[in-house]
Write a protein that binds this ligand. Sequence first.
Ligand SMILES: *[C@@H]1O[C@H](CO)[C@@H](O)[C@H](O)[C@H]1NC(C)=O
Ligand SMILES: *[C@@H]1O[C@H](CO)[C@@H](O)[C@H](O)[C@H]1NC(C)=O
Length: 495
Amino acid sequence: MDSHHNNHPQPNQTHSFTKKSRPFSFYLSSILILCLAISYSLTKTNYIKIQYLKSILSSHPSSFKKFLGFLNGLQKPTKALITNPIAFPSHCILWMAPFLSGGGYSSEAWSYILALNEHAKESIFRLKIEQHGDLESLEFWEGLSDDVKNLAFKLHQTDCRMNETIVLCHSEPGAWYPPLFETLPCPPIDYQNFMFVIGRTMFETDRVNIEHVRRCNRMDSVWVPTEFHVSTFIESGVDPSTVVKVVQPIDVEIFDPLKHKPLNLASIGNLVLGTRNMDSNSKEFVFLSVFKWEYRKGWDVLLKSYLTEFSGIDGISLYLLTNPYHSDSDFGNKILDFVEDSGIEKPENDWAAIYVIDTHIAQIDLPRLYKAANAFILPSRGEGWGRPIVEAMSMSLPVIATNWSGPMEYLTDHNSYPLPVDGMSKVMEGPFRGHLWAEPSIDKLQHLMRHVMTNVEEAKTRGRHAREDMVRKFSPEVVAGIVNNQLQNVLDKII
Ligand SMILES: *[C@@H]1O[C@H](CO)[C@@H](O)[C@H](O)[C@H]1NC(C)=O
Ligand SMILES: *[C@@H]1O[C@H](CO)[C@@H](O)[C@H](O)[C@H]1NC(C)=O
């Protein structure tokens, strides 16, 4: 994967780097990694592993300052740098994101980095990455492929001069300099030390709060993924001249239905309601949903629609891949409590089956999960982009997803089943109380689920169109082109 992305000088350029001018960091990082490798193999306790993980991509703020500052003084421009900027561009893009954390920003950031790395042949800058914005997750790191892990090491070690670096802060604005919680801030030191600073962020409600607007307006540019965000950010007071739409890539090579065998869902799902289908010959229809357990995701809407529409004789199952969000992980009981409180009547023929998957599915196994389903549903109240939705679409699944916020960027009547909303409702809890988001229609979700299940051929056709649209508009190659153009624009403006 790294064959055409060379961060080191070409052989014919090495002569211009005398031993002395080779940056200090070169030795530092090799020694660091050697030590880490030793401690890693000797003592594989979780504590050591977490420390190891932390040190992979996170520089201590003060050492970061020294690091960049030191290089600044040492790494003199060379003839090769000046005369052959394409082969060894001197400009850097420092991409700071929760690379080691899992979750939305993390997977989004990885998709950009992989796209840029893969299509870096004519790159106008060198790429450096840094962990920022969230806590490291050992589970997530261990689920990454070796290629990705090696790339992380490699890109972290890119040497950059601060005054020739464009910083991209890919996180929620609270993590931007000065951060509102403990994290390596982005930019690592104050804004004016860098050539240009871009904030990459998004939001799931109809507006951006005052503090976030203030933070956006400190950035030279603010990148958001959809038209929805362009308008909500500008309406909230973000300087219109700085807001740029840059869509998100989806790895259509990895999320390719032809490359994967389905996971055995029955072996990983815990039955919560209904009866397990013991007859392995009978073909049941499988709906899948993937979400963090939070009200925003509309799991209540999903359960209500599903349990009202279907019963035990429909030959159907709903699998929920979910994980905790400020809650414990006893999802089975949460579902049973919800059903009891919501007063949905138990059908004569028993409940339609619901399974919860609460084990961690490694990143590399995700495509197999989608492959095991017939359709994907996510009746969210608001989404930034909706990664599981585009993953499902890239896997040619018919999807039913709320026709509001980020997903409006890519959902059409041709490639999916956009779920109409009943109207807007107030966010009732959390720091964004008072903002508005959408109330997806329960009736229409019932109708669409039944429709998808009974019109299998039409649904498959939409699933095919979904993949075609993902490949055409959001493949890594296409999006890497968009990012490169934007960065070229930045360079044209400031050089
Ligand atoms: C950045 O700083 C270095 C060292 O001080 C200097 O040689 C180089 O020309 C500067 N680059 C820019 C773009 O100002
Ligand atoms: C989705 O929302 C857009 C924007 O409000 C609207 O133009 C479109 O008709 C909607 N699609 C469906 C299927 O409801």
